[in-house]
Design a binder for this molecule. Structure first.
Ligand SMILES: *Cc1c(COP(=O)(O)O)cnc(C)c1O
Length: 402
């Protein structure tokens, strides 16, 4: 097995294989697919822009393949609609965007440490997050050997206890980064732990720490100073309070049309971008007492018309939704029955006696007046919509609509 360093070396020295998730497949000939409404991406970005003052830049976060929507298309659409920065988690995610012709500044939100990583970042004109003095030294040393300078972003930990230098040490750390050769301090940022909570106490404390750290660095309110940029807000914080916007906001979830929390729904209008659809592959009548699927966790209590649908847990439908989800068929909600299997699932379609093979089933999304959202699944599963969006596998082609 390759270590992650060897893996990176391979990616940085070879051409990235052409990404074939998009366009090549007509969604209509597939058994199951994910529809991505690019017009909704543009709409959401425009709504977010309206919330921001003209001085605040919008970074669209497209890590994890654009939260499962396809990073390139989302990035391209968001940039056209008014975003000016992109955020990714990893170097390969950044390379994919560059390789496909995206020129906007790309911030790597994750940690990068090794000379090989510095080399790839410099080569592909990505911008790293710097969290420790040692990391700053490695970057500076390697950049000096190749005689190239790089914009870097200092991350402070103000209470998330994830990446970042302790906020109390900000002044020393920022001075070090400023003084090291070939590092250009492009921004100072931090990340909020509880921005989606209706209780603002922790968020306010983190903001206060951020401000204390910034002023200790000698960066005041001087508005003529364009750099370094300051940024703190994710989707939830951007919707919760304009005073958290600073010079840039880093927006993931809202781009994809979901609200970080119910109390933030009234702030702006957002349209869900993703729909998950599959086709009916067989329809049959079963008698009362007949078991359905592995383990017979569903037994028909009457004669029943069932449909088999070509989508399962290997496509990213959580198996824990077995016997506990509804889908849309001909604009009607029908129950899923029995264990969800790797590639298929069954529905009770007794209410639709003339249902035919090839008809489309909407698992997530809208059909007629009824909508099933990632939040509905998240609530059932005790998780968050972010995880639902990221869970669909690449066996499902992403089909652009709109
Ligand atoms: C993922 C991420 C974001 C975006 O968060 P959303 O809640 O999806 O808007 C912003 N900043 C950082 C550091 C992140 O890792």
């Amino acid at each position: 097995m390759l270590s992650w360093e060897e893996d990176l070396r391979e990616i940085s020295t070879q051409e990235i294989p052409q990404v074939r998730r998009w366009d090549e497949y007509g969604g209509i000939c597939q058994r199951a697919w994910v529809e991505i409404d690019l017009a909704a991406v543009a709409y959401n970005v425009q709504q977010l822009k309206l919330l921001l003052s003209p001085q605040t830049a919008l970074m669209t976060v497209v890590k994890a393949d654009g939260y499962g929507h396809g990073a390139f298309k989302v990035a391209q659409t968001a940039l056209k609609a008014g975003a000016t920065w992109l955020g990714v988690a990893t170097i390969p995610e950044g390379i994919e965007l560059r390789d496909r012709g995206i020129n906007a500044p790309i911030l790597i939100l994750g940690a990068t440490h090794t000379p090989e990583q510095v080399k790839a970042i410099a080569q592909w004109q990505l911008q790293p997050t710097i969290c420790t003095p040692k990391q700053a030294l490695i970057f500076s040393e390697f950049l000096t050997t190749i005689n190239q300078s790089l914009p870097v972003h200092v991350k402070l930990d103000t209470g998330m206890s994830r990446l970042g230098s302790p906020w109390q040490e900000a002044a020393e750390f920022v001075t070090l980064v400023k003084n090291l050769p070939n590092l250009e301090l492009a921004s100072i940022y931090s990340h909020l732990a509880t921005a989606d909570s209706p209780d603002f106490t922790v968020m306010k404390q983190q903001q206060q720490r951020f401000e204390l750290a910034i002023s200790a660095c000698g960066i005041g309110e001087k508005k003529e100073m364009a750099y370094p940029k300051l940024h703190l807000a994710n989707s939830a914080a951007a919707l919760a309070d304009r005073r958290l916007h600073y010079d840039m906001v880093r927006i993931g979830l809202a781009t994809y049309g979901l609200y970080p929390a119910p109390h933030l729904q009234s702030v702006i209008d957002l349209k869900p971008v993703m729909q998950v659809k599959a086709k009916v592959t067989q329809v049959k009548t079963i008698q009362a007492g007949t078991g359905v699927s592995y383990g017979h966790h569903f037994i028909a209590d009457r004669e029943m018309l069932i449909a088999v649908v070509g989508i399962g847990y290997a496509d990213g439908i959580p198996r824990n939704l077995s016997n506990n989800m509804q889908v849309l068929v001909r604009s009607k909600l029908v129950p899923q029955i029995g264990a969800i299997t790797m590639d298929q699932m069954m529905l009770d379609v007794t209410a639709i006696p003339d249902l035919e093979i090839g008809e489309i089933v909407t698992l997530l999304g809208k059909d007629g007046k009824i909508k099933i959202s990632a939040d509905d699944w998240a609530t059932k599963l005790g998780t968050i919509s972010w995880e639902i969006l990221c869970s669909f596998k690449h066996r499902l082609p992403r089909v652009a609509i709109g």
